[in-house]
Design a protein around this ligand. Structure first.
Ligand SMILES: C[S@@+](CC[C@H](N)C(=O)[O-])C[C@H]1O[C@@H](n2cnc3c(N)ncnc32)[C@H](O)[C@@H]1O
Length: 247
């Protein structure tokens, strides 16, 4: 069970892990938003705003919100004039997003590693708190490369571990005691919140993820730490396709 809760890269057999993740989010969809605000003390919205700001002028741009959940990014993106496609494999999360009015444009229930979408279509991709749920991360990077236009931007927002040893210790107490306890009581799904904590503790660090993105065809990579490194934003650009001259 410990193994199931911890994050591990698995590009060859991600199926069982993904089933577990989908079922976990299906189970907590109803209480996800409220708990998100409470457990992050509302700071997550300022991280999202910062992530969207990095994309600059997005009027009439096509943006894909990956692992969109209940669609927290969508009002922020739409307000700036972007056209948004939300993708998530938890139907319950997408339905909740529709019900509360955050998802109003196009929503696709699909695995972000196998998008039923055209190549080189999107101007930008954004993903918040989703990447540490994806075991086949190399497949994910290839897929985002495929759907983005040349020079398209990718913004990854993820919960990470602070570097300062004291804050890291305090955060660990929060992750192991407060988060599963409060999340478990409110949602009635203790295991789901233990999973969320464990993946934060065991996910690869931002430098490792940046190297993977670089190898996967992304450049101009910037790592921006937020709130003592509890959250990190990675901002990068999809490289141009290298075209071989016809002999
Ligand atoms: C922690 S929630 C984040 C939701 C939202 N982005 C937010 O900021 O609140 C993670 C979401 O990722 C989705 N997810 C995880 N792995 C996925 C995958 N391989 N394909 C599609 N969705 C996935 C889950 O269903 C869940 O809704």
């Amino acid at each position: 069970m410990k193994q199931e809760l911890e994050y591990r890269i698995n590009n060859t057999d991600p199926g069982p892990r993904k089933k577990f993740v989908r079922e976990t989010f299906d189970a907590i969809a109803d209480t996800y938003d409220v708990l998100n605000r409470v457990l992050s003390f509302g700071i997550d919205m300022s991280w999202r705003t910062a992530a969207v700001r990095l994309l600059g002028d997005i009027r009439r741009k096509d943006i894909i919100d990956l692992c969109s959940g209940t669609g927290d990014f969508i009002p922020l993106l739409s307000a700036k004039g972007a056209r948004v496609v939300a993708v998530d494999f938890s139907l319950a999360m997408l339905k909740k997003g529709k019900e509360i009015g955050k998802i109003h444009e196009c929503a696709v229930a699909a695995d972000v590693c196998k998008l039923p979408l055209r190549s080189e279509y999107f101007d930008a991709a954004i993903i918040a708190f989703g990447v540490r749920n994806i075991p086949d991360i190399n497949v994910f990077i290839d897929e985002i490369f495929r759907v983005l236009k040349e020079n398209g931007e990718l913004v990854v927002l993820e919960l990470t571990r602070p570097r300062n040893i004291i804050i890291r210790g305090l955060y660990r107490i929060y992750l192991t005691c407060v988060l599963p306890f409060v999340g478990g009581i409110v949602s009635g799904k203790l295991r789901a919140y233990r999973y969320l904590s464990k993946t934060i503790e065991s996910f690869i660090d931002p430098e490792h993820l940046s190297r993977m993105l670089e190898r996967g065809g992304f450049n101009y990579i910037r790592i921006l730490r937020r709130f003592f490194g509890i959250a990190t934003i990675i901002h990068c650009r999809r490289r141009e396709q290298i075209r071989m001259p016809i002999q």
